[in-house]
Structure formats: structure tokens, C-alpha cells
Design a protein around this ligand. Structure first.
Ligand SMILES: [Zn+2]
Length: 96
């Protein structure tokens, strides 16, 4: 799912252009997106499966801005998570 092939682009979340830090990730459905090391790590840790660069951006930049990975993407994240993990959704409800 995650390849370490170098990319000539930039992180689709934060726009970082350090080619040595960039990785291409394969999204569900076969699309590819470029992420920096930090966002690739976050993407790899999340159970959510964003299907496009715009979803990645919404998911990962949201996470970064809030600075609390437990509250990531309450809107998009909840919608995505509901498809993959009912348990995760239950945790959201309890927090709310
Ligand atoms: Zn980034």
C-alpha cells in the first residue's frame, strides 16, 4: 500500500517539496497521492481510507490543525470511519 519510491511532486497535504521526504501512497481504487514523511506516517497509522488527494488533505490537515489525533476529521472522518469501524464511531459518540 505504501511505496517508498521518490516523487517529483509535493505533499498533497502541506505542499512540502523535499523529494527525499516524499512518498507516494496508493489509495483505494488505485489512485496515487504524494505525501511527505510526516503525513505518510499519519496516513499509515490511520484506519481511515481516503480515496482521493482532497480527502487526504481534509483528513490529514484536519488532524494536524487540531493537534489531537483522537479528534481527527469529525465530519469526513466519521463518515469514512463508519464504513470501516463501528467501534470508532461509538467512541466519537461518547466524546460528543
Ligand atoms: Zn505533508
Amino acid at each position: 500500500m505504501l511505496s517508498m519510491m521518490p516523487s517529483g511532486g509535493s505533499c498533497c497535504v502541506c505542499g512540502a517539496r523535499d523529494a527525499r521526504a516524499l512518498v507516494d501512497v496508493l489509495l483505494p481504487g488505485g489512485a496515487r497521492a504524494t505525501l511527505c514523511g510526516s503525513h505518510a506516517l499519519i496516513h499509515r497509522r490511520t484506519r481511515l481510507q481516503p480515496r482521493s488527494e482532497s480527502e487526504l488533505r481534509a483528513l490529514l490537515s484536519d488532524r494536524r490543525t487540531r493537534g489531537d489525533r483522537r479528534e481527527v476529521g469529525d465530519e469526513l472522518g466519521a463518515a469514512l470511519a463508519s464504513a470501516f469501524s463501528d467501534e470508532r464511531r461509538e467512541q466519537s459518540r461518547r466524546r460528543a
